[in-house]
Design a protein around this ligand. Structure first.
Ligand code: HEC
Ligand code: HEC
Ligand code: HEC
Ligand code: HEC
Ligand code: HEC
Ligand code: HEC
Ligand code: HEC
Ligand code: HEC
Ligand code: HEC
Ligand code: HEC
Ligand code: HEC
Ligand code: HEC
Ligand code: HEC
Length: 400
């Protein structure tokens, strides 16, 4: 074969006339397309963005055994390095084209590439899902078959490559996932093929756990769908219109699986439960407390109710166990009581014993809370002020 310098001068002569016209035309072209044409017809055209020094040393000798990487010196760090596809660098045009002078491909798109990239063909066959452009052999929508300034011969770097065909998933709402905003689509997705729904490289569970394992780490109680890695039951992966990347409002999210809370037959619904503010009391993922509560009662209750225990002189023995008498969400009885007011005290206080109490003369049939406060009191019998007055012999305060 002729020396590169001679070839250039030969071609220059042939194209002296046409060359002038071409140069005028090329002057209007983008740098990249100019470069592409130059490299087609001339050897030794420096890669885009390279200095002359690099150009000289990346000139590939026309030997079929030459591997371009051997000819490359240590790359100058500040400049992007052009990646040249080895068969192209080796001038092995007929590995892909019918001849050196024809752009016609040797076979169907994709198949040509699989002649050499056999492991890729195998991995596609072994995968459950193939990205449609890959399955269709449309390699060139992502790769430049000759050379590129981007690694892996990609036509565009990073997320813009994916966005040439896909709508930007971050446009789905004002709440955006930082992992998508700051990361690469290929952190989570495979470009060619995968075994997991949505072309994920790993299962959804493993994908999310990679960065969010701390949500459940060392916690004693884990919400079942979270333990099962069903993050996408509640969350959107990229962006959404609802805070916390939720697919639906908190109320609708929880009701999706817990439609019995509040109970349909309930007479009384605890206000935050009715409002769907489940997160006022629960952590959606995991806690160290029973039933995923953020805090145990009664501390939990003091987030919204005045702490009536702190200033109390006398307390009902069992008052700290609020759920001994109340239900957290809803009830068929008033005041969120587990049972009717008349029955709730009888759970622990035997009727027979009460009859023997002096102060209970005439108390029968009356609600206990007419005379007693269920929580606290000024005396050890938890008598309400009116009952205390009656005790002291004043007017018959209690009427019901
Ligand atoms: C690895 C396979 C491969 C090799 C090797 C290869 N080409 Fe190509 N070439 C392609 C593909 C794929 C296209 C795009 C075809 C299409 O658009 O349908 C292409 C397109 C072209 C085009 C059209 C313009 C362009 O750049 O899109 C020219 C000209 C060309 N090749 C010349 C060459 C020459 C000359 C060589 C040898 C120095 C060569 N090719 C080596 C795969 C290859
Ligand atoms: C004649 C054999 C041959 C053919 C045909 C071929 N390749 Fe390659 N390709 C190679 C070799 C050799 C390498 C470098 C070693 C490696 O990474 O496997 C390579 C590397 C690549 C790389 C990775 C580049 C990098 O920087 O790591 C891509 C992407 C690629 N080829 C795409 C294609 C596409 C697309 C086609 C079809 C248009 C194709 N190849 C056809 C031989 C070939
Ligand atoms: C949707 C875009 C897209 C399409 C279509 C596509 N690729 Fe790729 N390819 C990529 C990306 C992105 C990478 C880099 C992957 C990475 O860095 O993890 C890559 C990497 C490669 C590599 C390097 C292998 C490696 O593991 O580093 C080869 C070879 C390759 N592609 C060949 C092909 C062939 C052949 C086709 C057509 C059958 C094709 N690609 C179609 C996006 C694509
Ligand atoms: C050449 C066009 C093209 C490019 C470039 C492209 N895709 Fe696709 N992609 C498609 C088509 C077509 C589909 C199938 C239709 C759909 O789901 O939108 C698809 C589907 C997908 C799916 C959904 C698969 C499923 O099972 O629901 C994901 C995820 C995906 N692409 C990710 C990517 C990523 C990541 C990139 C960048 C590395 C990328 N795509 C680049 C064309 C493209
Ligand atoms: C943090 C991981 C992650 C990142 C980063 C990411 N995705 Fe996804 N993507 C997912 C998950 C998870 C799904 C849902 C998979 C499923 O349905 O099971 C998904 C689904 C998709 C789908 C299928 C259709 C849909 O919207 O549900 C497309 C297309 C897609 N992603 C494109 C992209 C593109 C483009 C980028 C980069 C801009 C990107 N993704 C970045 C995790 C991610
Ligand atoms: C590459 C790391 C990474 C991966 C993988 C990842 N995330 Fe994230 N995610 C982040 C970062 C960083 C933040 C922002 C800081 C924070 O809130 O923890 C975030 C925030 C979130 C938020 C809160 C958003 C908000 O606005 O409050 C949710 C919900 C979320 N991720 C869900 C997921 C789900 C579901 C998956 C799996 C599909 C996942 N993440 C995978 C890194 C990641
Ligand atoms: C049962 C529904 C549900 C499931 C399943 C779920 N989440 Fe959440 N997640 C929520 C709710 C509700 C919020 C709070 C949203 C808000 O701030 O209003 C949240 C908030 C988050 C946040 C923001 C930071 C924080 O700690 O509150 C991250 C990160 C997060 N989830 C990641 C995940 C990951 C990862 C998974 C899977 C392991 C997952 N979620 C499973 C409902 C769920
Ligand atoms: C995808 C279905 C699903 C969604 C959505 C869901 N849960 Fe659950 N939840 C379950 C399952 C399954 C259990 C375990 C079985 C049971 O106790 O019903 C459970 C149990 C619970 C428990 C009891 C945990 C324990 O250890 O006793 C609480 C509390 C809870 N969920 C709260 C919520 C809240 C709050 C929301 C909304 C942020 C929510 N759940 C959304 C499925 C779901
Ligand atoms: C005022 C605080 C509070 C609110 C608001 C609240 N919960 Fe609870 N929830 C609790 C407490 C406390 C328990 C545990 C009761 C116990 O220990 O007996 C509980 C238990 C549960 C349980 C497991 C036991 C059961 O009763 O089935 C589920 C499921 C549950 N809550 C779901 C929800 C959902 C869904 C919402 C929103 C609609 C919600 N909670 C709102 C305090 C609350
Ligand atoms: C997120 C705020 C919030 C938390 C936490 C909360 N409550 Fe409430 N609760 C309310 C509101 C609001 C009302 C209705 C207005 C009122 O009566 O003060 C209410 C009313 C009640 C009622 C009266 C219901 C009726 O029908 O009159 C009881 C009983 C009650 N709460 C018990 C509890 C107990 C027990 C706890 C702790 C496990 C608790 N609450 C935690 C907000 C809360
Ligand atoms: C021994 C049973 C019992 C226990 C334990 C109990 N309560 Fe009550 N609670 C009642 C009864 C009975 C009423 C209704 C009183 C009435 O109607 O006068 C009530 C009423 C309430 C009310 C509504 C007050 C109003 O005026 O509407 C709140 C709030 C309340 N309890 C909170 C709590 C909290 C918080 C705890 C735990 C620290 C708790 N209760 C423990 C029996 C109990
Ligand atoms: C969960 C069990 C339980 C329930 C329900 C219960 N109590 Fe009690 N009560 C106790 C215990 C234990 C004591 C203290 C030991 C004793 O009986 O002497 C006590 C003591 C009392 C005392 C006397 C205080 C003392 O020191 O002798 C009164 C008054 C009282 N309870 C009223 C009520 C009323 C009114 C109700 C219904 C609103 C009620 N109790 C519901 C368990 C309960
Ligand atoms: C008419 C007012 C009144 C009604 C109604 C009433 N009590 Fe009492 N109760 C008292 C008085 C007054 C005492 C103090 C007894 C004494 O004088 O020794 C008392 C004392 C008690 C004691 C303490 C007994 C002891 O000796 O330690 C208990 C327990 C008690 N009541 C429970 C109840 C229960 C449960 C109910 C409802 C079934 C109820 N009371 C209804 C007025 C009433």
């Amino acid at each position: 074969m002729s020396q590169p310098s001679r070839k250039i001068s030969f071609r220059c002569r042939v194209m002296a006339l046409g060359g002038f016209v071409a140069l005028v035309l090329l002057a209007g072209c983008t740098t990249e397309s100019k470069h592409q044409w130059l490299t087609v017809f001339f050897d030794g055209v420096p890669p885009l963005g390279a200095t002359n020094a690099v150009a000289a040393s990346t000139t590939v000798k026309p030997s079929p055994t030459n591997v371009v990487s051997q000819a490359q010196p240590p790359p100058p760090p500040p400049l992007p390095k052009s990646v040249i596809h080895p068969p192209y660098a080796n001038r092995d045009c007929t590995a892909c084209h019918e001849s050196k002078f024809s752009q016609k491909m040797l076979g169907k798109p994709g198949e040509v590439c699989f002649n050499c990239h056999k492991e890729l063909k195998q991995s596609l066959a072994a995968s459950k899902l193939t990205h449609p452009p890959v399955g269709e052999g449309d390699c060139k929508s992502c790769h430049n078959p000759h050379q590129s300034l981007n690694k892996k011969l990609l036509v565009t770097k990073g997320n813009p490559l994916c966005l040439t065909c896909h709508d930007n998933p971050l446009a789905a709402g004002k709440f955006k996932h930082q992992a998508v905003e700051a990361g690469d689509c290929t952190d989570c997705h495979a470009a060619h093929a995968a075994n997991f729904k949505g072309l994920l490289k790993k299962s959804a569970k493993e994908t999310c756990a990679e960065c969010h394992a701390d949500l459940t780490a060392k916690k004693k109680v884990v919400h079942q769908p979270v333990a099962d890695g069903e993050c996408l039951e509640c969350h959107k992966p990229h962006a959404g219109k609802i805070k916390g990347l939720l697919k639906k409002t908190v109320k609708e999210t929880c009701a999706g699986c817990h439609d019995d809370i509040p109970a349909k037959s309930a007479k009384v619904i605890h206000q935050p439960v009715g409002d769907g503010d489940c997160l006022a009391c629960h952590n959606p993922h995991a806690t160290d407390k029973k039933a995923l509560v953020k805090k145990s009662a009664p501390a939990l209750c003091w987030d919204c109710h005045d702490n009536f225990l702190a200033p109390a002189k006398f307390k009902h023995d069992v008052v700290e166990d609020c759920f001994g008498c109340h239900k957290p969400h809803s009830s068929a009885a008033g005041k969120l009581l587990k049972k009717d007011l008349l029955k709730v005290c009888a759970e622990c206080h035997d009727d027979k014993d009460l009859k023997a109490v002096k102060g209970h003369a005439g108390a029968e049939g009356k609600s206990c809370v007419v005379c007693h406060d269920p929580h606290i009191g000024k005396d050890k019998f938890l008598l309400k002020p009116s009952a205390l007055d009656q005790q002291a012999g004043k007017e018959p305060a209690v009427a019901k």
